[in-house]
Design a protein. Structure first.
Length: 206
């Protein structure tokens, strides 16, 4: 393949179209997807005193992404299945859901962990209808770079090393063919053995 990142674009377009979103941005994990979305929102002119609240029982990396993005962190004692809104934002943690036409609004963050519906092994994706967000997120995930030879690039933002590799995208496309016609149920929260994060020492005095 002349451009190895073309397979990543194909994977992004395939999942986004199936989920009824305009854009998909493939990244290295769902937690990194959430982190990048938080940073994008924080950089907007209207961003004031960012604060985000999540269920106290969810994956620890979500809470750490919030803290690492310099947001205030809150926990709520609420039950959830498949997906939940990170309150204070328009980011939706959809790590336990993968359904046709699932996209609604904002930024849906997907997980392709080996225990999830599309078990690439590692990886995630952001679904959005915002071209502005998609363009920024694609550079932010790739060290501020665009998808071109390094010798021809000239970065305009500081980014992070959170991209999906072409090999992961190729595996994702192959696996997607085996599930795309299935009505996949939400994964059960209780089967994930999520701890009560509000009791973790690292989040005290948050």
């Amino acid at each position: 393949m002349e451009n190895p990142y073309e397979i990543v674009r194909e994977f992004e377009k395939t999942i986004a179209h199936w989920a009824s979103a305009k854009y998909g941005v493939a990244v290295s994990s769902c937690c990194n997807a959430i982190f990048l979305c938080l940073k994008f929102l924080n950089f907007q002119p209207t961003a004031l005193s960012p604060y985000a609240s999540i269920p106290k029982r969810t994956y620890p990396g979500v809470a750490m992404a919030i803290k690492n993005a310099d947001y205030g962190l809150g926990f709520e004692d609420i039950a959830w299945e498949g997906t939940y809104l990170i309150k204070g934002t328009i980011i939706i943690d959809s790590a336990l859901r993968l359904k046709k036409d699932m996209y609604t609004y904002g930024y849906h963050c997907l997980s392709f962990h080996y225990k999830k519906h599309l078990p690439i092994g590692r990886g995630g994706m952001i679904l959005t209808d915002s071209k502005k967000a998609a363009d920024w997120l694609k550079m932010a995930r790739f060290d501020g770079r665009r998808e071109m030879p390094l010798s021809k690039d000239n970065a305009t933002i500081c980014g992070w090393n959170m991209y999906m590799t072409p090999e992961q995208a190729a595996r994702g496309l192959a696996l997607f063919d085996t599930i795309k016609d299935k009505n996949l149920p939400d994964l059960k929260v209780e089967e994930q053995n999520y701890p009560d994060l509000s009791k973790w020492e690292v989040f005290r005095g948050r």
